[in-house]
Design a binder for this molecule. Sequence first.
Ligand code: ADP
Ligand code: MG
Length: 422
Amino acid sequence: MLIEKLLLHVLIVLAPILSYSFFFEKKQVSTSPYLYGTLQSISATLCILFAFYEGDLYWDLRYAPLVLAFLYGGRIAGGMVLGTILIVRAAMGGDAVVFALAGVVLATVIPFFFSKKISGYHAGKRVKAAMLMGVWPSFVQIAILISYTFFYGTADEDFMTTISHVLSFSILQVIGVGTASKLNELVIERALMKQEIEKAEKLNTMGELAASIAHEVRNPLTVVKGFLQLMQQDDKDNNHPYIPLVLSELGRAEVIISDYLNFAKPEFKNLEDFSLSQVLSDVVMLLNALAVKQGVELKSDLKPALFLFTDRNQLKQAFVNIIKNAIEATPSGGTVTVSLALSGDQALITVADTGKGMTEEQLSRIGTLFYTTKDKGTGLGTTVSVRIIESMQGKVSFKSEVGKGTEVTLRLPIVQNVQISL
Ligand code: ADP
Ligand code: MG
């Protein structure tokens, strides 16, 4: 008999959340406190109406909707449930009505004060907090019981059965609140996920649009650049001294566009086997001029003969971006070292510089689109490189110390047993 009641109550406690997720497909994650309060009030009323009645006391899980309403619907929803419980319980009357009403108010104290704080927690902690709050009404119930027996006096054996009821209801209350709040978290998570997916879809179309615009802009830019170059050749008397400036800015715009296009869609056109150390030494040679200009020594140690199978030009692009950043971060007199090693079945490339380094905050932002600390920076280089390396099943990690320098580690899967025709 008791167990049936208990199970019925668990169902009553879960019902509002089930119906909420079932009937009200939420567009927003935020719950309407009035709707939530109404549903939990109905649940609390059902709890009281189907209470397990014994010895003039009603046993039920009415505190579970109360706790849940305060936690997930805020104080408005909680207040609604509190009001409902008070009215329904008062209407039922009985000897213990005063104790019951006092008990409800007491049980509300903790959820009321913690509702704001707990709603700021993350999901897992919120479930635990809800369960802890479910324990509190049990104390209140025991307190009511003791004061009730104190006032009215009950036989000893009765007291024992009542205690056992309190215990079973307490345990069930905690389980009920825990399950309900877990369920509620799942509903919230689902709504959040839906929102994220919608956002991602929007961003995706935006990205595609931007990519096609960037592509369209590149062509006229190339034409303008070509004619400007012709004008520059004709301009022997230097009537237009600003042409070089215009050309360099146009060049910059071209770089930004092609970087962006590369970011939006890294294209791996020519997949081939090639020697990694060869590609790296090509890049080092290419960037040596920049290093010399900056007064930075560019060292390399590329001994192991490792082979990769991927798009060589994309990989070059990634290395150029990273090594260029290292050179740009290093003051005159510093060094940038590029080294290659074998680690398991991966090639380990490190680019270490003795430059200015990065703070924790900068480190956490590196690799995000458009993050730059340079006046003429684009904030695309690292993002593009990371994307390229990751598309090649590789990994990029950064280690940095302010004032000491930065070490970028790249891992790439290598090809074993290749026969390269050189
Ligand atoms: P950009 O070079 O155009 O600024 P990047 O995406 O290549 O864009 O780099 C983003 C930012 O990361 C740089 O502005 C710089 O602040 C920081 N950064 C990248 N590499 C290093 C490095 N080796 N040392 C210090 N800071 C770096
Ligand atoms: Mg850069």
